[in-house]
Ligand binder design. Sequence first.
Ligand SMILES: [Mg+2]
Ligand SMILES: [Zn+2]
Length: 275
Amino acid sequence: MSGIVVIFDFDKTIIDCDSDNFVVDELGATDLFNQLLPTMPWNSLMDRMMKELHSQGKTIEDIVEVLKRIPIHPRVVPAIKSAHALGCELRIVSDANLFFIETILEHLGIRDCFSEINTNPGFVDEEGRLRIFPFHDFTKCSHGCNLCPPNMCKGVVIERIQASLSKEGNKKIIYLGDGSGDYCPSLKLSEGDHVMPRKNFPLWDLIIRNPMLIKAEIHEWTDGEELEQILLHLVNTIGSTNNNNSAQLLSADCKLQTISAAAHETLPQVLSVTQ
Ligand SMILES: [Mg+2]
Ligand SMILES: [Zn+2]
């Protein structure tokens, strides 16, 4: 094993859009969604939208057909398969829902690459309606984090993963994300970990505002092609450091980008991974 755990956000990280918005838009319910959005939390609204679509006669098969044509960059699936083949353990932490994520991953043929999917529960009820519930039941108890939406604090998930990894020796985390909900877990990463924020998206904006708050090394990416290059470069670099073997690097011209020239000066030296 490589000693690396790669944690992916889903929307706008693995796939190239927001799955909730895509399904609502493709099934023609955008106006109702926008009308109701100011009145309830996003996660509760998605459950409500599935009720509305069900009552309009839209079936689970209709939803599955939409999910099967979700946009994804052509290099993302190969990147995931390569990281898995190199021995990384892959997990997902997402504020979408389990039904959307599993349907898409199965369609792409990569469901088995992931050992864990942390997301909002989603299942089809006996009437054939998709139900979507919060990851944390905020009607009973708050997760207590004011950076995150009420239904899910990804930082709580990362802390649980870190606690379980600490029993397995010196494992490194690579976290990939784009959204503001990925900021809380990025703050929890340790020295020796890596965060890959998507450039010019909310997570990147939050990180570059004060990069010194992030203990992990920061590597920006813009699209699936860079995601693949940077992720596999990191996996090879960390893997070879872990094996006390520095000969395993990918090609030297591999485009490893750091956050920006200005921000970089305030960052700790890259690749100071020690055992
Ligand atoms: Mg996202
Ligand atoms: Zn949080």
